[in-house]
Ligand binder design. Structure first.
Ligand code: PHB
Length: 392
C-alpha cells in the first residue's frame, strides 16, 4: 500500500490531521491498534479551549459541538469556606466549551468516514521504518492476520505514550523531561444532573476534588487519591461522602446531589515532554510527544494545537518547501512547555501533599489568583487557551 502521509493512531490527533490534510488535497492512511468501538468510547477529559473550538469550526467540525456542547464563561476555584468564580470572558475575552473528547472523536470518525478516508482499525505488530530516508514506511499485521507494508512520504506518530513512534527517534537524539506526582485521580461518571453550572476545582486538606460534567444528566467527578489506588476500596457511598466533604456540601446552602455511578477508574498523574518532535520524515503529535496531568484539561487541546501546526507544515513539505517542517518541533514545543507549566502549576496548587508549609503556600496562591485581577487573568489566559502557534 502507498499513501502520502501514514498516520499511526486514530485518536483525535490522528483523525484531525487526516481531516486537515484532506482539506488541502493531501492523502493519508490512518492505522490503529484498537477497535473503532474502543477508540470512540474511552472516557477522556471534556473541556475544549477557544482555539480548539475555532479550529474545529473552521474545518466544518463544529456543528454538533455548538448544538450539544455547553459554553462556559469560566470555572470555580474553592477551598474550605470560600468559592470564587473566575470569569474568563470578562478577564481575557475567551470562553471554553464543555464537550467530551469522546464526542470530538466520534465527530471526526464520522466526518472521515463520510469523506471516504481509509482508517484501518485492529492492527498489531506496528513498526515504523526508514524515517531517516525520504521513503519511510509502516508495517503491521491487519485484523485478518495478513502482513501489510504501508509506504509513505511522511509518517506521523499520533499513537500516544505506548505506541511505537516515539521509539523511532534514535535514543542518542532524544531528550526527555518527566515528573511523576505523588497522587492520582479517582474519576467517576454518574447518571445525575450536575450540582453546578460550571466546573468546580476544590482545594481541601483531605485532598483535591473536582466537579465536572458531560451533559444536563451526566456528571463527571474526581477525587485525589494515592497513586496506584485500588478502585475496589471505594464504594459508591464512600465516594459520594468524600466528594460532599471536599466540595463543601452544605457550605452557603450549596448541595451535592449523588446518583448512580456508571464508571470508576484511577488516572495516573504525570508530566512528560520529549524533544525533538521530528526526526527526518517522522513527526510526532499529541501524547506521543508529551503528557500532561489532567488538571487544566490540556491533553486534547495540546494535541489539536500540534496537529493545527503540523498540517500546513506537511502540505508545504510535500510541495518541496521544508521551512515549516524544519521549525515544527521548536514551534510546537514552545506551546507544549507553556501548557506543561500551566498543568503542573494547577496540579501543585490544588493537590495536598500533607506538608503544612506547602498548604499555606497553596492557600496564599489561591487567594491571590481569586482576588487579584492580574492573577485571575493569568490563569484565565492559560485555561481558555493560547493561540495555536503561540510562542510566548
Ligand atoms: C473532565 O471533564 O473530565 C475534566 C475537566 C477539567 C479537567 C479535567 C477533566 O481539568
Amino acid at each position: 500500500m502507498r499513501t502520502q502521509v501514514a498516520i499511526v493512531g486514530a485518536g483525535p490527533a490522528g483523525l484531525l490531521l487526516s481531516h486537515l490534510l484532506a482539506a488541502d488535497g493531501v492523502e493519508s492512511v490512518v492505522v490503529e491498534t484498537r477497535s473503532r468501538g474502543y477508540v470512540e468510547s474511552r472516557v477522556r477529559a471534556g473541556i475544549l479551549e477557544s482555539s480548539t473550538v475555532e479550529l474545529l469550526d473552521s474545518v466544518g467540525l463544529g456543528e454538533r459541538l455548538h448544538r450539544e456542547g455547553d459554553e462556559h464563561r469560566g470555572i470555580y476555584l474553592q477551598w474550605p469556606g470560600e468559592r470564587h468564580h473566575l470569569d474568563f470572558v470578562d478577564l481575557v475575552g475567551r470562553s471554553i466549551w464543555l464537550y467530551g473528547q469522546t464526542e470530538v472523536t466520534l465527530d471526526l470518525g464520522r466526518a472521515r468516514e463520510a469523506a471516504g478516508q481509509q482508517v484501518v482499525y485492529g492492527i498489531s505488530d506496528t513498526a515504523v521504518h526508514d524515517v531517516g530516508t525520504d521513503h519511510p514506511s509502516v508495517t503491521y499485521t491487519d485484523a485478518g492476520g495478513a502482513s501489510v507494508r504501508l509506504d509513505a512520504d511522511v509518517v506521523v506518530g499520533c499513537d500516544g505514550s505506548f505506541g511505537p513512534s516515539r521509539g523511532a527517534v534514535p535514543e542518542r537524539l532524544r531528550r526527555t523531561w518527566e515528573r511523576t506526582y505523588p497522587y492520582a485521580w479517582l474519576g467517576i461518571l454518574a447518571d445525575v444532573a450536575p450540582s453546578t453550572d460550571e466546573l468546580i476545582y476544590a482545594w481541601h486538606p483531605d485532598g483535591f476534588a473536582m466537579h465536572s460534567m458531560r451533559s444536563a444528566s451526566v456528571s463527571r467527578l474526581y477525587l485525589q487519591v494515592p497513586p496506584g489506588e485500588d478502585v475496589a476500596r471505594w464504594s459508591d457511598d464512600r465516594i459520594w461522602d468524600e466528594l460532599a466533604t471536599r466540595l463543601g456540601h452544605g457550605q452557603d446552602g450549596w448541595a451535592l446531589t449523588p446518583g448512580p455511578i456508571t464508571d470508576k477508574s484511577v488516572l495516573p498523574m504525570r508530566s512528560f515532554v520529549m524533544e525533538p518532535m521530528r526526526h527526518g520524515r517522522l513527526f510526532l503529535a499529541g501524547d506521543a510527544a508529551h503528557i500532561v496531568p489532567p488538571t487544566g484539561a490540556k491533553g486534547l487541546n495540546l494535541a489539536v494545537a500540534d496537529v493545527g501546526m503540523l498540517a500546513p507544515a506537511l502540505v508545504a513539505l510535500l510541495k518541496g518547501d521544508e521551512r515549516l517542517a524544519d521549525s515544527y518541533s521548536d514551534d510546537a514545543l514552545r506551546r507544549v512547555w507553556r501548557c506543561t507549566h500551566f498543568s503542573w502549576w494547577m496540579t501543585t496548587m490544588l493537590h495536598t501533599s500533607g506538608d503544612p508549609f506547602d498548604e499555606q503556600l497553596q492557600l496564599s496562591q489561591l487567594r491571590w489568583v481569586t482576588s487579584s485581577e492580574a492573577g485571575a487573568a493569568g490563569l484565565a489566559e492559560n485555561y481558555a487557551g493560547l493561540p495555536i502557534g503561540y510562542r510566548g
